[in-house]
Design a protein around this ligand. Structure first.
Ligand SMILES: [Ca+2]
Length: 340
């Protein structure tokens, strides 16, 4: 009876793994950043202890009070690379009813996406070890992994729902992609790992499932923020100061523009043109380029044919710069410079 259902879910997992593989490929040049949740590594790898996870056990659909067929434990060794891991066990000949389960619940974390923005992809991963051969002879072990609200109960997203997991005592990776907008930036969540066992009355030997390296990985295009907070006013001032020597040679005006040092490690997007006045028609075409904070660019601008005669007789021109950096609104400056 359970076999067809199990097959369906296995297929679904395989498909999810394929999707994860595709998402790992990013366009060339777009820096990718990954943020792992729970943010505390100890709450993901269990190498130093239970990582503030908590566990509950149920029997016959209600919490166990006196005795229980299921139990939970922290194991200091035996996980991936013989590290610590979390374990759920259903004991043989211990049950009074036919169903029993365990729930492992992570500590609360505040979801920040990628630096406060929604990620491009959100993937759940964990390493699992399932020693359930004697249970599978008579019953089933089903697994649900979900992201829940801070109360530990209200479901937000089901990430892995595998009815009837197979016997696989070796540590193996489980992956599943979530909708990248499934979680709300700024909200509090917990990760919940449920294991439910059916037909446990007939189980004669212990069966265990282990969990290690439990990660919800948010990946997206990194937008490096300026190292030092830079205001629009400071950006304007530093950009003005960064307009350098300007030379007319033939039909070209050559000028130097520096991206403010405080912008590093982020970059400025600069649009530069020269005018005979502060505002109004430009004497040259506009050029757009990017420079890292603190770097100077030499910009060559072709003077428009009809402006060439007037430009050549000018001693002063206006270098006009529009600059945009991450997290700061666009700033426009113009500086009157001597044409060399
Ligand atoms: Ca571990």
């Amino acid at each position: 009876m359970h076999q067809p259902k199990r097959n369906r879910n296995v297929s679904r997992l395989v498909l999810l793994v394929a999707v994860v593989g595709a998402l790992a490929v990013f366009p060339a040049g777009a820096p990718a950043a990954t943020v792992a949740y729970h943010p505390d590594p100890a709450a993901r790898n269990f190498d130093a202890g239970v990582g503030n996870w908590t566990a509950t056990t149920t029997q016959g659909g209600v919490g166990c009070v006196v005795s229980c067929a299921t139990s939970t434990a922290y194991r200091a060794t035996g996980g991936t690379a013989d590290s610590g891991y979390l374990q759920s066990t259903v004991a043989g000949l211990a049950s009074l009813v036919n169903t029993a389960g365990t729930s492992w619940l992570s500590p609360v974390f505040t979801y920040d996406g990628i630096g406060g923005r929604l990620p491009d992809s959100l993937v759940f991963r964990m390493d699992r070890s399932a020693t359930v051969a004697s249970l599978l002879g008579v019953g089933t072990a089903t697994q649900t992994v979900s992201v829940v609200a801070a109360d530990g109960i209200t479901p937000v997203a089901t990430v892995v729902e595998a009815a009837g997991i197979g016997n696989n005592p070796e540590w193996h990776r489980i992956s599943a992609a979530l909708d990248s907008s499934a979680l709300t930036v700024g909200s509090d969540y917990r990760i919940r790992i449920d294991a439910d066992f059916a037909n446990v009355l007939q189980v004669v030997a212990d069966n265990s499932i282990g969990y290690d390296n439990v990660v919800l990985a948010a990946t997206g295009t990194a937008l490096p923020a300026p190292a030092a907070a830079i205001t629009a006013a400071r950006l304007r001032k530093r950009t003005l100061a960064g307009i350098g020597r300007t030379v007319l040679k033939g039909r070209k005006i050559r000028t130097k523009i520096r991206c403010a040092k405080a912008v590093a490690p982020a970059r400025c997007t600069l649009k530069v043109a020269v005018g005979l006045k502060r505002k109004g028609g430009k004497a040259t075409a506009t050029k757009t380029f990017r420079r890292k904070g603190g770097k100077t660019a030499t910009v060559r601008l072709a003077v428009k044919k009809k402006r060439l005669a007037r430009t050549a007789t000018r001693r002063k021109v206006w270098v006009r710069v529009a600059v945009k950096v991450p997290g700061v609104r666009r700033v426009k400056v113009a500086r009157k410079v001597t044409l060399r």
